[in-house]
Design a protein around this ligand. Structure first.
Ligand SMILES: Nc1nc2c(ncn2[C@@H]2O[C@H](COP(=O)(O)OP(=O)(O)OP(=O)(O)O)[C@@H](O)[C@H]2O)c(=O)[nH]1
Ligand SMILES: [Mg+2]
Length: 315
């Protein structure tokens, strides 16, 4: 760390009513040697902003709503070589920042994710949150072919290149999945490192609704797979249609054996089965288009990097 100046790393903390924990979090970062701390606040109604400022952080108020909007706004403002993003709720340790920074400093990663499942305090995850997180990690693995341990972690590190190349749209808690997906799309080198995860402060409430936000996150992962793994996207639809066709078909056959002919249901079964198979063909065709597009994008990225490094050499 000694070769890094404070300006090289910006510690970004999104906050919404985190007065119970924000002060000690900033203090801890400063004692780890990180003084460039940016708090982006979602109009907290408690003392969060005042405490953050008095501990020496730069505080800005986000112009919109939601954690995702806050992160996007902050990313547009930051121009440091590295960015570390961490929740302000005191569930992560400032001392783990070195584990997050290591792959970035070594030049072996563009996006580092802290894995909370490596070491978590009893009660840090509710049963529902633990189950939901694991399900979403699995859904993500099937959709994107990357079996990351903790896609929703709130403790991450990035190079400037990664931050500047992100194209993010999600306004709420879907932002973590979107950043991970965008990194996969852009061929960022992702590294997962173990971190500790603590229980929330007893005075601070979660801003996340496990069922509503969990469903939104699952929808984002599924929706975004259309442009990355269309075979998964259309395949899942295909399986649904085929399953429905199979159920209605079984009923039609059972009735027919008993001497009852169900003509409308037979037609419906045929439509469901045909639509189901059709989805797989859509999937295959889209997969081809997406693969070609990916190759083109890789080539364009490489060309622009070559051009940039050529320009740097001339300068
Ligand atoms: N700026 C800003 N920050 C937010 C907003 N919503 C949540 N945050 C912050 O984002 C961080 C993560 O929010 P949490 O409520 O802890 O969500 P979580 O960590 O995904 O969920 P839990 O597991 O329940 O803690 C915290 O520091 C919040 O204060 C928002 O609308 N704007
Ligand atoms: Mg939290």
């Amino acid at each position: 760390m000694s070769s890094l100046s404070n300006e090289d790393v910006c510690v970004l903390i999104p906050t919404l009513n985190e007065e119970a924990t924000i002060g000690s979090l900033i203090k801890d970062f400063r004692s780890e040697g990180f003084n460039n701390i940016l708090v982006i606040d979602g109009n907290s109604t408690d003392a969060t902003r005042r405490i953050a400022e008095s501990e020496g952080a730069r505080v800005i108020i986000q112009s919109g709503r939601g954690k995702g909007q806050a992160i996007q706004e902050a990313f547009a403002l930051i121009d440091s070589k590295y960015v570390v993003m961490i929740d302000g709720d005191g569930t992560y340790l400032a001392s783990d920042v070195h584990a997050i920074m290591k792959p970035l400093l070594e030049g072996s990663a563009d996006h580092v994710m802290g894995n909370r499942f490596a070491d978590y305090e009893a009660g840090a995850f509710t049963k529902l949150n633990h189950f939901g997180n694991q399900m979403l990690n699995k859904l993500f693995g099937f959709a994107y072919g990357e079996w990351l341990d903790d896609i929703l972690t709130g403790y991450r590190g990035y190079t400037r290149k990664a931050v500047k190349s992100f194209e993010l749209r999600e306004m709420g808690f879907e932002i973590e999945s979107e950043m991970t997906i965008d990194s996969i799309k852009k061929d960022h080198r992702i590294k997962v490192v173990p971190i500790s995860y603590l229980k929330r402060h007893y005075k601070a409430d979660t801003k996340l609704n496990p069922l509503k936000d969990g469903a939104r996150i699952a929808r984002t992962i599924y929706k975004m797979a259309k442009l990355h793994n269309p075979m998964f996207y259309f395949g899942l639809m295909g399986v649904t249609f085929l399953l429905a066709g199979f159920i209605s078909g079984t009923f039609v056959v059972l009735q027919w054996v008993q001497g009852v002919t169900r003509i409308p249901l037979t037609i419906l079964t045929a439509i469901l089965l045909l639509a189901g198979f059709q989805m797989f063909f859509f999937g295959m065709l889209s997969d081809l288009t997406v693969s070609l597009h990916r190759e083109n994008m890789r080539m364009l990225r490489k060309m622009s990097e070559d051009l940039r490094s050529g320009k740097d050499e001339q300068d």
